[in-house]
Design a protein around this ligand. Structure first.
Ligand code: SF4
Ligand code: SF4
Length: 378
């Protein structure tokens, strides 16, 4: 298992995590899946579900190994009259959060997520009111160590990141959602894609870069778009991707630290874990999307690495990523400049041979970009 920094939190999280969304199995089935993941080195678990049975099952699943998991607990995922309900009412939020810790068998969570805030108005109201005050109180008391936010709306995530109010964001990332403009309504993400652009939505692109430059870690939910991307019939691209390709797409976005897919079976967990040992050609979402009958990302670098090797040994995807991070700001951020300088080879080493360009499935003008990037970093 490979591990990554979760932004500036100081936490090192496994690339493959445990996002047991809607996990309906028995306690034993849940524990079997958790054990497969833990034994493979997974160390981060999200628990947004408020269903007491699911929480108790997860508590049973990690019993004896609680300290080995970095847990994302949620503020605002409540259970009312036998149903899940989002709430900002502390009379519901407080007992629901306490119930979560109790059922998971823990006395603190490394990350406390402000749960599912998808509208800017709601986010601003939360931040100014008792909801955020309670979250801060829990951090000051050591019950959570880091404040996070879960959202599907890049506008909300961007504002949270820019205001410095969160250290981690659980965000829905996959190649399909990435083409859609921001929306308050999660159902739009599963709609007909009439509003989709031909490449990554600029706000989402900006979000990933801003998180990277500000040290806000991204944990990924819905990497398979609720399973749609795994089926040619349901995918908006008209082709099926594999779990490994979807995971690779997520892990090649700036600031992403871990992918928290939901697993209903041990096999689904193993399919995700197989990412860690996959051959480079198995991860190649790029050529699949480039040949897709529907939308393709033409002219934009997706950091897929398909253009390697460079005759001069330049890591083209990484150079492009740093260039995009720098271009997102008025000035090149010091942190990006520092990372760029640490590269063995950079854009100034490009000899303009052009031999990489035919390998790029997205038609990126790599040689031209290297000239621009060398000038940008000086
Ligand atoms: S054009 Fe530049 S980046 Fe591409 S292979 Fe040649 S030297 Fe490498
Ligand atoms: S330049 Fe093309 S092939 Fe290379 S990383 Fe970017 S999108 Fe992939």
């Amino acid at each position: 298992m490979r591990y990554r920094d979760l932004g500036n939190t100081g936490l090192r999280v496994s690339e493959i995590g445990f996002g047991p969304e809607w996990m309906k199995g028995t306690p034993e089935e849940t524990r079997a899946i958790a054990e497969v993941l833990r034994e493979a080195g997974a160390n981060i678990l999200d628990c947004w579900m408020s269903d007491p049975h699911i929480r108790s099952n997860l508590g049973y699943a990690i019993k004896g190994h609680e300290d080995e998991w970095i847990i994302q607990a949620h503020f605002g995922a409540c259970w009312v009259d036998g149903q899940y309900q989002r709430s900002r009412d502390l009379d519901l939020v407080r007992p629901a959060f306490e119930d979560e810790l109790h059922r998971l068998g823990i006395d603190h969570a490394e990350i406390g997520m402000m749960h599912y805030i998808d509208s800017l108005d709601e986010f601003r109201a939360c931040m100014e009111g008792p909801f955020f005050a309670y979250v801060q109180e829990m951090k000051e008391a050591g019950v959570i160590r880091h404040i996070g936010l879960s959202t599907h709306n890049p506008d909300v995530a961007l504002e949270a990141c820019r205001t410095g109010s969160v250290e981690a964001i659980m965000f829905s990332i996959n190649p399909a959602f990435d083409m859609l403009p921001a929306s308050d309504d999660i159902d739009d993400l599963f709609g007909d894609y009439a509003d989709a652009g031909e490449s990554i939505d600029p706000v989402r692109d900006e979000l990933y870069r801003t998180c990277a430059t500000m040290g806000v870690g991204l944990t990924v939910m819905k990497p398979y778009a609720g399973g749609r991307l795994l089926s040619a019939e349901e995918s908006p691209f008209g082709v099926a991707l594999t779990p490994k390709q979807c995971i690779h797409y997520c892990l090649t976005r700036p600031a992403v630290a871990t992918v928290l897919a939901g697993y209903k079976t041990i096999q689904e967990a193993k399919d995700a874990l197989a990412y860690e040992d996959a051959a480079p050609e198995e991860l190649d979402y790029a050529s699949v999307l480039a040949k897709a009958p529907a939308h393709a990302y033409f002219g934009q670098c997706t950091y897929c690495g398909h253009c390697q090797p460079c005759v001069e040994g330049i890591d083209i995807a990484t150079v492009n990523k740093f260039a995009d991070l720098a271009l997102a700001q008025d000035e090149v951020p010091a942190s990006v400049r520092e990372h760029y300088r640490a590269l063995d080879k950079d854009a100034s080493d490009c000899i303009q041979c052009g031999s990489c360009e035919p390998n790029c499935p997205f038609g990126v003008k790599i040689a031209e970009r290297m000239v621009q990037t060398a000038a940008l970093f000086g």
